[in-house]
Design a protein. Structure first.
Length: 279
């Protein structure tokens, strides 16, 4: 019995000291030969009517993926999802949130190892805002305390806009207004008059603008506003919004738009610009 016990112990020792089996993805220990990693992005549509989009992908001869987003317009302002994500073996989908109106390329790379990398690209458009609306651009920004940042006010699908009174709301304990400029689409309109200059109110800004003539194009950048981020210790206020309180069903409200015949323009919606602190 004593000899058998020692022999049994020796067998256990041999097994314990041997190489443990690889329980990870079996393809790691295989040879792909002449094959190239192939990645396929599953895109059901080229146009999305939502600012939040979920994209999925798959691959062959692939152990890990990474992705990034490339905006095709307004690249100086849209900064989210621009950098490559970290490589992830189980990364086969992502939900991109708060995407602005416009066109994008979505890139995915799939690798077997660093010497074997394949890529795929899918193009799509975000068209989330329909009807006569005002919107803040960009929908989401990341800033640090004491950073200055720009917010743009756009008219969306509003024909012949000539008169505007707009109230923007924000927490003055979190954001400090600094200055404004004409939007890029109306710089050439020498007859644009802001009457009076932007008026600071408690919790926001009120401005009134007039454009003579036939009015602005249906989608126009109206204003460029610069703010300073002061920090948000309570985390209760995260953005700058367009005040449409009471504007439903044609009721009179602080924010009002008029066409070149001085007729009121019904506003369907207005988006908020989210400002998040870099942690």
């Amino acid at each position: 019995m004593k000899i058998k016990f020692k022999l049994f112990s020796l067998i256990i020792l041999i097994v314990a000291c041997g190489e443990s089996p690889d329980l990870t993805n079996a393809i790691l220990d295989s040879d792909i030969g002449e094959h190239t990693p192939e990645t396929t992005i599953n895109l059901d549509s080229n146009v999305f009517n939502s600012s939040n989009v979920t994209l999925t992908w798959s691959g062959e001869y692939v152990n890990a993926f990474r992705y990034k987003l490339e905006p095709l317009g307004q690249t100086d302002t849209v900064k989210t999802y621009l950098d490559w994500s970290s490589w992830g073996r189980d990364t086969t989908s992502v939900t991109l949130k708060h995407l602005d109106e416009g066109n994008y390329n979505f890139h995915v790379e799939g690798r077997f190892n660093m010497d074997h990398v394949g890529s795929a690209t899918a193009s799509f458009e975000i068209d989330a805002i329909g009807g006569e609306s005002l919107r803040i651009f960009p929908l989401q920004q990341y800033v640090q305390i004491d950073d200055a940042f720009n917010v743009y006010l756009y008219s969306e699908e509003i024909d012949d806009l000539t008169g505007m009174q707009v109230q923007l709301n924000y927490d003055s304990n979190v954001f400090e207004y600094q200055e404004w400029e004409k939007g890029a689409d109306i710089v050439d309109y020498s007859d644009l008059t802001i009457i009076p200059d932007l008026h600071l109110t408690e919790g926001g800004i009120l401005f009134t603008g007039v454009v003579s003539g036939n009015g602005l194009p249906a989608t126009s950048e109206l204003l460029k506003l610069t703010f300073k981020y002061l920090g948000d210790t309570e985390g209760t206020s995260t953005g700058i919004s367009i005040d449409l309180t009471g504007c439903e069903n044609g009721n009179e409200c602080t924010t009002q738009l008029r066409d070149n015949l001085n007729q009121p323009i019904q506003i369907i919606s207005g988006t908020e610009g989210l400002i998040k602190e870099i942690q």
